[in-house]
Ligand binder design. Structure first.
Ligand code: ATP
Ligand code: MG
Length: 260
């Protein structure tokens, strides 16, 4: 296998959907037959394990970064089909040797088509080291002034660092031009092209609450379809939306309402 692509998911602002996208984009790519490893690089507020359904694994990313374990011990196969490495939540692990991340990512890339790196929010020396360790970056933002401004900052930094940028994902968009930025405005603010626009979708929160990644929990949800389209675009293939997806989604919603 050729060395896989190491793609970092970054955002200036926190809470914009990096971890949700990391897990589900990974699953989307694996559904196209790709071997994917998702690596948790959010050392101070790790929650990849939670997004994987409160998944626990004894060897954490920090054990590798601190030189106490080998990368292969931290990487495990998740029931969804992707591989993952999660970070520790222990407070003595919040500032590991982030400069060693490239070694872990390189090892992961030897046995994967894609390594997706769930980055910490903000812009500091740890984030810079994480960005440096990736081959390519995807920026996640919401269609708000605040997250747009912070996305623009991180994009400027990435450009300074000459890190290749695949583009911006606008997440949680509600299609309300009176109270949120439209795609063109986000592009002007960030000086980056949009590669996906994922709607605000209650199913994302529901899936997290039910400990099942969105693409497994509700594969026909609007957000799932957009994530699959992004996976297809990365793979350079045409995505065929499942037949009657909209109709099936409406029927599922009616069934859910009746159950309540
Ligand atoms: N498209 C969406 N529609 C609705 N809710 C969403 C969507 N994407 C993410 N969320 C919700 O937003 C919250 C934040 O998502 P997530 O944890 O993935 O963000 P993050 O960028 O990784 O945050 P942090 O910076 O804290 O790591 C979660 O409750 C998640 O379920
Ligand atoms: Mg996160």
């Amino acid at each position: 296998m050729d060395r896989g692509r190491v793609i970092g998911l970054i955002s200036g602002k926190g809470g914009v959907g990096k971890t949700s996208l990391g897990v589900n984009l990974g699953i989307g790519l694996s559904e196209f037959g790709q071997e994917v490893t998702v690596v948790d690089a959010d050392f101070s507020a790790s929650n990849l394990g939670v997004h994987l359904g409160k998944y626990e694994h004894p060897v954490k990313v920090q054990h590798v970064l601190d030189g106490n374990s080998d990368p292969e011990n931290a990487i495990f196969r998740h029931p969804s089909g992707i591989k993952a490495a999660v970070s520790s939540n222990e407070i003595h692990h919040v500032e590991p040797e982030a400069g060693n991340l490239a070694h872990l990512l390189n090892e992961a890339a030897q046995n994967s088509d894609y390594v997706i790196v769930d980055c910490p929010p903000g812009l500091n020396s740890t984030v810079e080291k994480v960005m440096e360790s990736c081959d390519e970056l995807i920026i996640i933002t919401m269609p708000t002034q605040t997250s747009g401004i912070n996305a623009a900052q991180i994009i400027e930094k990435a450009k300074q660092m000459r890190q290749p940028i695949l583009g911006t994902v606008i997440n949680m968009s509600e299609g309300e031009p009176d109270r949120e930025l439209i795609q063109r405005e986000v592009e002007m603010m960030t000086e980056s092209d949009t590669i996906a626009e994922i709607p605000y979708d209650e199913k994302v929160k529901e899936s997290l609450f039910q400990n099942t990644p969105l693409l497994k929990h509700e594969p026909l949800s609007e957000a799932s379809i957009e994530i699959k389209k992004l996976a297809a675009a990365l793979e350079g293939v045409q995505y065929e939306e499942p037949r009657f997806a909209g109709l099936k989604r409406k029927l599922n919603n009616i069934t859910d309402t009746l159950k309540k």
